[in-house]
Design a protein around this ligand. Structure first.
Ligand code: PMP
Length: 448
């Protein structure tokens, strides 16, 4: 019979896990999950874990969700996958129609890929290719924010800016122009998020002014730099950025892979700035956390620049074998149905308040520099010195101690460095949030 131990051993012999120093698993075995229901995961020894990070930010409505399960079972009996060049299917068409309906006005074309990084690659290539088709071949560069993250493939890694992931591969990556982030963690005492974000925009404006002729696009994570330790900024930055991109004829790529689908309080973060980007990248929550799928939404203006006689060789020839996978598209449709039928955005408003309430006690903790929140993302920044914000040396791996402690208490928290965050499925109850906060509190006591 399978047990945690037997499976962990077999795993350790043959598998290589993502974002992991495998040697850590000599002393801290991997946890094999047997089944999951709602916000709860269950391992082979019967221990349960509250999935406080939505299984890497993908799960929106719980595991084994009855609505998504039923849709997938139906889809499975009809069509699982078909080549998406020359062929199509109803779930892909319906999902594109829905996405165009719910994303900001002006986005009218949907290109599918199969994971977040691939969507970022698509957006970068489309932007570059658009300018080339328009006779602006000198536009070859991208502007990105410090502390940003856009994925792990070489193009996506190049436009990201988290040194931990990027530095090793630097010799392989295209050069990008990095602009200091509006990340409000660094605002002056008493300065508002709006004021700080506005002030920081001056650096972006200068860069755009200086490089507009050679820049294709600015790529940005709207409102929250998630992998960059859940750092947050005000929507005013996005409003100013949209204006400036128009002024300097540079595309705006909104990477909503992590923040899309209700995470920041609105269905999409761009709504809070009332802007329409030229490209919007979606993935993660797109299928409710069921299957890999991504989409790049763009404008008719962009689409038309590729629509031409074949012999002009202007077409966008990018492809992935699993483009528009039928099962994944059907899961996407079921996910959007839940949003619409169950008033999720309105309900999350209340849930976000409950999250704030259960985290109140952390504000005064002597090792917490900041508790910050944007919608359904709440982050607690642990530091060595609360007043100077001096961080703990990364080698001490304080976050890891919180992670291990929380697991022993049946909660899956996976801190980013020394930042502990809650990013739960939207079906979490107040009682479960209280449990989460209590375990996080104890975990911090244990780690500092
Ligand atoms: N962009 C953002 C903002 C992300 O948070 C992520 C994943 N954490 C990605 C892109 C990459 O997505 P994937 O892991 O599916 O390649």
């Amino acid at each position: 019979m399978n047990t945690n131990h037997s499976l962990a051993q077999r795993d350790f012999s043959v598998l290589w896990h993502p974002c992991t120093q495998m040697q850590d698993h000599e002393t801290f075995p991997i946890i094999p999950i047997k089944k999951a229901q709602g916000v709860w995961l269950e391992d082979y020894d019967g221990q349960r874990y509250l999935d406080a990070i939505s299984s890497w930010w993908v799960n929106l409505f719980g595991h084994a969700n009855t609505h998504i399960n039923a849709a997938l079972k139906d889809q499975l009996d009809n069509l699982e996958q078909v080549i998406f060049a020359g062929f199509s299917h109803e779930p892909a068409i319906k999902l594109a129609e829905k996405l165009i309906e719910v994303t900001p006005d002006g986005l009218s074309r949907c290109f599918y890929a199969d994971n977040g990084s691939a969507a970022v690659e698509v957006a970068l290539k489309m932007s570059f290719h658009y300018w080339r088709n328009k006779g602006r071949a000198a536009k070859t560069k991208f502007i990105t924010l410090e502390n940003s993250y856009h994925g792990e493939t070489l193009g996506a890694l190049a436009v990201g800016n988290v040194p931990l992931y990027k530095e090793t591969y630097a010799p392989l990556l295209m050069n990008v122009i990095s602009v200091p982030s509006p990340d409000c963690y660094y605002r002056e005492a008493g300065e508002s998020w709006v004021d700080y974000s506005t002030r920081r925009f001056a650096l972006m404006e200068q860069t755009l002014q200086q490089h507009a002729d050679t820049v294709c696009a600015v790529i940005i994570e709207p409102l929250v730099q998630c992998a960059g330790n859940m750092r947050m900024y005000d929507a005013v930055y996005l409003t100013l950025l949209r204006e400036a991109c128009d002024k300097y004829q540079v595309h705006l790529i909104a990477d909503e892979i992590a923040v899309g689908f209700g995470r920041t309080g609105t269905l999409f973060a761009c709504e809070q700035a009332s802007i329409t980007p030229d490209f919007m990248c979606l993935s993660k929550g797109l299928t409710g956390g069921y299957l890999p799928l991504s989409a790049v939404l763009t404008t008719d203006e962009v689409y038309q620049a590729f629509y031409d006689d074949y012999v002009k060789l202007n077409a966008f020839l990018h492809s992935h074998s699993y483009t528009g996978n039928a099962l994944a598209c059907r899961a996407g449709l079921a996910t959007l149905e839940i949003f619409q039928q169950q008033g999720i955005i309105e309900k999350n408003c209340q849930l976000a308040k409950t999250m704030a309430k259960v985290a109140t006690r952390f504000h005064d903790h002597p090792q917490v520099a900041e508790v910050r929140q944007t919608g359904m993302i709440l982050a607690i920044e642990l530091v060595k010195n609360k007043h100077t914000k001096e961080p703990y040396p990364w080698q001490e791996r304080r976050g890891l101690k919180v992670y291990q402690y929380a697991l022993s208490k049946g909660v899956l928290l996976r801190p980013l460095g020394n930042v502990i965050y809650f990013m739960p499925p939207y079906i979490i109850t107040e009682e479960e949030l209280l449990l989460l906060a209590e375990v996080a509190w104890q975990g911090i006591q244990h780690a500092v």
